[in-house]
Design a protein around this ligand. Sequence first.
Ligand code: SF4
Length: 351
Amino acid sequence: MAFKSNRIQVDRSLYESFEEFVLNRTPFFPKFLEIFLTDTCNHNCPFCISADYRENKRNLPLTLVKKIADDMSGYPQSSIRLCGGGEPLLHPQIEEVLQYFFYKNCSTSIVTNGHLLVGNINNIIGEICREVRISVDAGNAQIYAVAHGVKERVFEKLLNNIRQLVANKGIHKYPVIELSFVVNAYNLASLPDFIELAVELKVDRINITMNTNDAFSDQRMLLKRCEELLPISPIGLEISIHDSPADFFQPDCTLLCPAVILNGLIDSRGYYFPSCHHVRDEHFVWGKLNDCLGLKALVSSEAFIDAQYSYIFKRCLKLKKLAFRPDNLLLVNHLIQSAVLKERASRLLLD
Ligand code: SF4
């Protein structure tokens, strides 16, 4: 097959820190942190997971952004992704934000709708980011206009912005440029055109996802139909496909895997959630950054660690079932096999 899974990979070096966390409550600094810089967006996608928040027009204060970057710089294995929430390029100090992360040597990527990817910001992103994911979600201007709630002419502008980014990158390895396609019943038919477009634009990757707030049964059906539309021979760029399988999630959409502590998400208010899947209902706010409490101090606080413990060990995690999935396989197997962890995690459901 020409595509491969894009799910969380857990590398072996994380075992020790995960075990330290479980056994000794040693704080676990997130390996991968997403940041919702702003709630504002210039598009209006019907599938937007942040539709309920966009009217708030909140921006994460630069002081808090800098505190995150200061702490991240002490963890070279960790990386950040600026995403939405809203459209990150609408943060009023976006250039300063990017430059500060760069100055602090943080591995930074961005997810953008690409509308404002012009001029200086296009150059800055090209120089600073490891990865740029651009949400396209359509293979032509008509579908795009509906999928993004914008005028059709925006599509051509977007393509020009992508061309410019690709040209700026030239022969360099970074940023990895990826186009994404959130599949729904409306845009599915334009997937082959989208793939063709990506090849023509000479981007590095395509990310196709069903991972939305839609019912799992609908996502499964879309995944099947998507796979039928994918090219059967290599097309010169990587295609990853990402669904949110029902056995990986609780009915309330919270992740059903202990590996969730590897990740984190800071929203535009400074609230810390385990992942973007937890933001909508606000059931799992693990803490809040403020001018006195930075990220490192937050994840080291007793209350935060209690929240993580509660999440991992007070829920009926069906670990063996999860172990059959490629996601987090190594970590889950490790949890099952480790005698010490097993004893400590006796409340885990191992059937
Ligand atoms: S571009 Fe992104 S943040 Fe903006 S409306 Fe669409 S999905 Fe939401």
